[in-house]
Design a protein around this ligand. Structure first.
Ligand code: OAA
Ligand code: MG
Length: 558
């Protein structure tokens, strides 16, 4: 796909009102407009006297940000910057990523979704609400979003582990796309966050007079499906070939939409596939660190919803690739959900769980008490080397659970992946203490209380690179093989420096995205017939990167 000049419309307009350029976040430079630009664009009088540089602006903004006392205030400040000067927002993020990532993204973005209506100021992205049904095509056609390449869409029903946030869920696609730009260098003018407002069943939201969403209970069933279908058709018509990322849909819809659309357009579900690839990468890294061979061990998934089942499916593929039969691969995996250990014919609640359900015969003895065994009993019997949490149940990995894991393995691998911290199965500090410092730990949200070697096992290590690779290769589909290869590529980046870190630190997320993108391009070439450019995929990836620097061509525009 060729790059066409971005944002040409606003430039060629050469607005009669000079304030227009100041209120366009993609063109605004704030105090960094030069004297020549101020002359030419008629900005004198609209800006304070001082002419700043972008690095001066970064220093000023980071100092102001640090003076706020809560992450939520910092989030609001950053969102305001994003909506007024996007170049500076990304330059700031690139320079202070480790500090700012937990603010623009998990975990603070969770609170921002819960309190979205409080800080709603300027429009960003698209709110497509159910009452607009029948008009989506026209709305998309009329709006000036040109050349959109990456869309992240949610209906707000399962926001991290925080449940139904209705229209407040918009914080998630905004945050995810910020990371597409920050980590994968996708031009922000070509990204589009979308909130499908199909109502909310969150009573507190419905009753809150501040709530900015459509005040209605959730639309479900055939009406919901028809609305989504109308949306997808409108997207395909308006932005053919654009990548559509499904994010934070409730489990049953997440699974159904993925299977309905994955073969119709380049599209993936981040919570199922992105999380699965991230978890697989963490396991592959931890496996080497622990000096074990996964195919000789058991893996326990606690929480077998859409994310847990996605992990199971990638894991089975990995074990088969190592020579295990399908049944032997399945046999390595145990799933424990609300009703205990998942057992065939007893408590399989969703289709995805069939893959990991234990045969009834095998579990007969376990069922003797009349009830499927719970987490701790399953650990004691199966003695898994790996424990993964995608349950959203805060504190589920308590002291007895961690001690049981540590009893049978020198280096148990424990990954409480649920987000944000208030939904995490355990804190890193507790897991460390209860395993006498032996556990290899990865947490979904940034972890406090660890010793610095605790990896954030979050899909931000995967999705930006998946998107970048798909765009560079022109892939028409996002395949399972891409996620499997992306996981291996990510795991290969673990440094052998003796630390327990499973992934590179967040400062290196741009390199991570390049590596993941390369693995995606190679799969696209192998499986989908994508043609590499003459100078190779690496160069194509590097060429595509949008960098947060002010444009110096504002003077030459007529
Ligand atoms: O957003 C995150 O941090 C990871 C994710 O997709 C989720 O928890 O839904
Ligand atoms: Mg998500």
């Amino acid at each position: 796909m060729d790059q066409t000049p971005m944002h040409e419309a606003s430039l060629t307009k050469n607005p009669a009102d000079p304030r227009a350029i100041l209120s366009d976040p993609l063109l605004n430079k704030g105090t960094a407009f030069t004297q020549a630009e101020r002359d030419r664009l008629g900005l004198h009088g609209l800006l304070p006297s001082h002419v700043s540089t972008i690095s001066g602006q970064i220093d000023r903004r980071i100092a102001v940000l640090r003076a706020f006392s809560t992450p939520f205030e910092k989030y609001a400040f950053l969102r305001d910057l994003q909506d007024t000067n996007e170049t500076l927002f990304y330059a700031l993020l690139a320079q202070h990523r480790a500090e700012l990532l937990p603010l623009v993204y998990t975990p603070t973005v969770g609170e921002a979704c819960v309190r979205f209506s409080e800080i709603y100021r300027r429009p960003r992205g698209l709110f497509l609400s159910y009452p607009l049904k029948g008009r989506l095509r026209q709305i998309l056609a009329d709006l000036p979003f040109e050349d959109v390449e990456v869309i992240c869409v949610t209906d707000g029903e399962r926001i991290l582990g925080l449940g139904d946030q209705g229209a407040g869920g918009m914080g998630i696609p905004i945050g995810k796309l910020s990371l597409y730009t920050d980590c994968a260098g996708i031009d922000p003018a070509r990204t589009l966050p979308i909130l499908l407002d199909t109502g909310t069943d969150n009573q507190a939201r419905l009753e809150n007079p501040l709530y900015v969403g459509w005040r209605n209970r959730r639309v479900r069933g055939a009406d919901y499906d028809a609305f989504i279908e109308e949306f997808v058709e409108a997207v395909q018509e308006r932005w053919p070939g654009a990548l559509l990322q499904w994010e934070d849909f409730a489990g049953p819809n997440a699974v159904a939409l993925l299977s309905r659309y994955r073969d119709r357009l380049p599209s993936f579900n981040d919570d199922i596939q992105g999380t699965a690839a991230t978890a697989l990468a963490a396991i592959l890294s931890a496996e080497r660190l622990a000096g074990i061979n996964l195919s000789q061990h058991k893996i326990l998934l606690f929480g077998a919803g859409a994310a847990g089942c996605g992990i199971a499916s990638l894991l089975v593929g990995e074990l088969e690739a190592r020579g295990l039969s399908h049944d032997a691969a399945r046999g390595c995996i145990y799933g424990v959900d609300r009703d205990g250990l998942i057992i065939e014919g007893v408590n399989v609640a969703i289709p995805g769980q069939a893959l990991i359900a234990r045969p009834e015969a095998e579990a007969a003895e376990w069922l003797a008490s009349g009830k499927a065994p719970g987490l701790i009993e399953t650990i004691e019997r199966a003695q898994p080397a790996v424990l993964i949490g995608t349950s959203g149940q805060f504190g589920a990995f308590d002291e007895p659970v961690v001690r049981a894991m540590a009893q049978h393995h020198e280096r148990p691998i424990i990954l409480p992946l649920s987000n944000p911290g208030t939904r995490s199965e355990a804190t890193a500090g507790d897991v460390q203490a209860w395993s006498d410092g032996r556990a290899i730990i990865g947490t979904g949200s940034p972890s406090e209380g660890g010793d610095g070697a605790v990896t954030q096992v979050n899909n931000v290590y995967i999705f930006p690179g998946i998107g970048l690779g798909a765009l560079v290769s022109g892939a028409t589909r996002i395949t399972e093989a891409m996620f499997a290869e992306a996981a291996k590529a990510l795991a290969s980046l673990r440094s052998e420096g003796g630390s327990d870190a499973l992934f590179p630190p967040s400062e290196q997320l741009a390199d991570v995205a390049n590596t993941v993108a390369l693995s995606v391009c190679k799969v696209a070439e192998r499986d989908l017939g994508a043609t590499p450019p003459a100078d190779g995929w690496e160069n194509a990836i590097a060429r595509r990167r949008w960098v947060p620097a002010y444009r110096d061509d504002l003077l030459s525009v007529e």
